[in-house]
Design a protein around this ligand. Structure first.
Ligand code: AHR
Length: 498
């Protein structure tokens, strides 16, 4: 199969906001307890954080981590997780049916984020919570005033504010499963009043309103229109969430899901702009795709887990090679929409539908999906180019014209590098890809990283990295036209220097 890409230095989509390589830690399963925090572990630091996990998070270069939920946040009292640990309450956690010990809260998590070279994207409770609770939390985290919540933070040992810039106004409030789920009208009102109070305490924060929990939610579009009608002037972003699965074992269809994501993004951007026009506003609301991943492998086994345990092993999907291919395609989709998507969170980061897994008392290891994220996050920084792509297509369930080639091209002008990300979606044919690079001068291919497995269902384990990338230095000739061969069902990253 043949494909062609033409790239011109002057034709760009936009600059990537590095926060599109964000992730998510929820108080859910073993994400916090036994994931990032395990005081008895051999690598635990002075605060009980696993250093082996921090090392893997640092390798992924995750600039922002959403916390503490998720569905969890809609029943959470953030004040349960501050101050003297011995006085913190054990609670029935209703979203996931577990016991929450509150040994980790914002006091600890903001410190973990610093140690992982990341920032916190903090979510407030708009389920059982009130605008007052949210406003108090902003004061506790960010205020320098001589007032009660800022002084409570000082009393708890933190003289300096945490300086949390990005805040989510609740989580998935459109979902009937959500604790204190709301109609769009109800949510639009409480989000607006909460946003006003939070920005009165700290005008420098950025706010994310809840959009739809998925493209197929029956309220999608009406939800966004109504919520934004209320909250438009007070927020900076609206959220999108989407998980994908392959329960029917149709890999070609599964690999097309990133094109559904692309239309979801473009629809939400259009909705934001409709409200902008209706309000005669000169402000643009951008997108925070703050939950996305593959999630379906663990559904059946999670039904069998007993309730009211501390940190039960739930949502522990073990990812296959084909999952890694879709994750690669999704990351390209986020890069290609960088003009509107300013933040995105791979949900989640450790143990719970995660690229990083841990054994309690044992090793931390990388799932298949770790690798496309690693390269996108570390090398996909700069400007996304707007290429002309020519390739054959196939029909999937939603999209009747899925290109066999998924690609994104990133220009890093500081490094004088052009990074080509590419997935060949064909399950049978290798692809011969011709590339023209215009207006860069002569370019030389220097590296080809390939993720390939004959077995689409191959997985990694604590002891065996069956699915791991092969990095190859290449010595192609210098010029403006290049060719590269992409194996059937493979993920690739090719670096060119000029
Ligand atoms: O990430 C797992 C769950 O998925 C989150 O708690 C929720 O927001 C979403 O439904």
């Amino acid at each position: 199969m043949k494909a062609e890409i033409i790239i011109n230095k002057n034709f760009t989509i936009g600059n990537i906001d590095n926060r599109i390589y964000g992730s998510f830690i929820e108080h859910l399963g073993r994400a916090v307890y036994g994931g990032i925090y395990e005081p008895d572990h051999a690598t635990a630091d002075d605060q009980g954080f696993r250093q082996d996990v921090i090392d893997l998070v640092k390798a992924l270069n995750v600039p922002i981590v959403r916390y503490p939920g998720g569905n969890f946040v809609s029943g959470y009292n953030w004040e349960d997780g501050i101050g003297d640990k011995s006085k913190r309450p054990r609670k029935m956690e209703l979203a996931w049916g577990s016991i929450e010990t509150n040994q980790v809260g914002i006091d600890e998590f903001q410190e973990w984020a610093k140690r992982a070279d990341s920032q916190v994207m903090m979510a407030v409770n708009l389920g059982t919570g009130t605008p007052q609770d949210a406003r108090n939390c902003v004061e506790y985290c960010n205020a320098e005033t001589d007032t009660d919540y800022a002084n409570l933070r000082r009393k708890n040992g933190f003289e300096k504010p945490f300086g949390i810039k990005t805040w989510c106004l609740g989580n998935e409030m459109d979902g009937p499963w959500q604790i204190c789920h709301k109609t769009a009208e109800e949510y639009g009102r409480i989000a607006t009043e909460t946003a006003k109070l939070m920005k009165m305490v700290d005008p420098d924060i950025e706010l994310v309103a809840c959009g739809s929990s998925g493209l197929t939610m029956p309220t999608f579009v009406d939800w966004e229109l109504t919520v934004l009608d209320h909250v438009y002037d007070y927020v900076d972003y609206i959220s999108l969430h989407q998980y994908y699965g392959n329960p029917d074992n149709d890999t070609a269809d599964f690999l097309s899901k990133s094109t559904d994501m692309d239309s979801f993004i473009k629809s939400v951007a259009a909705i934001c702009d409709v409200v902008k026009a209706k309000k005669h506003s000169d402000k643009t609301v951008n997108l925070s795709f703050d939950e996305w991943n593959v999630w379906f492998h663990s559904h059946a086994q999670d039904q069998k887990v007993d309730k009211w345990q501390v940190a039960p092993p739930i949502l522990e999907d073990v990812y296959t090679f084909e999952d890694a291919l879709l994750i690669g395609c999704i990351l390209m989709t986020l890069q290609n929409n960088c003009d509107r998507v300013k933040m995105a969170c791979l949900a989640q980061l450790v143990n719970v539908i995660a690229p990083i897994m841990t054994e309690t008392g044992g090793t931390a290891w990388a799932q298949t999906i770790f690798y496309p994220f690693l390269y996108a996050s570390t090398k996909g920084r700069g400007t996304t180019m707007k290429p002309i792509v020519k390739c054959e297509t196939y029909a999937a369930s939603r999209n009747k014209k899925v290109p066999y080639l998924e690609t994104s091209v990133i220009h890093n002008s500081n490094a004088r590098e052009i990074i080509l990300f590419a997935v060949n979606r064909s399950l049978t044919d290798d692809m011969s890809l011709d590339l023209t690079l215009e207006n860069f001068g002569d370019c030389t291919p220097v590296k080809h990283v390939e993720l390939y497995c004959e077995d689409l269902k191959a997985v990694n384990t604590p002891n065996l990295q069956t699915v791991s990338p092969v990095e190859q230095d290449i010595t192609g000739s210098s010029g403006t036209t290049h060719s590269v061969s992409l194996k059937k069902h493979s993920w690739n990253m090719i670096t060119y220097r000029y």
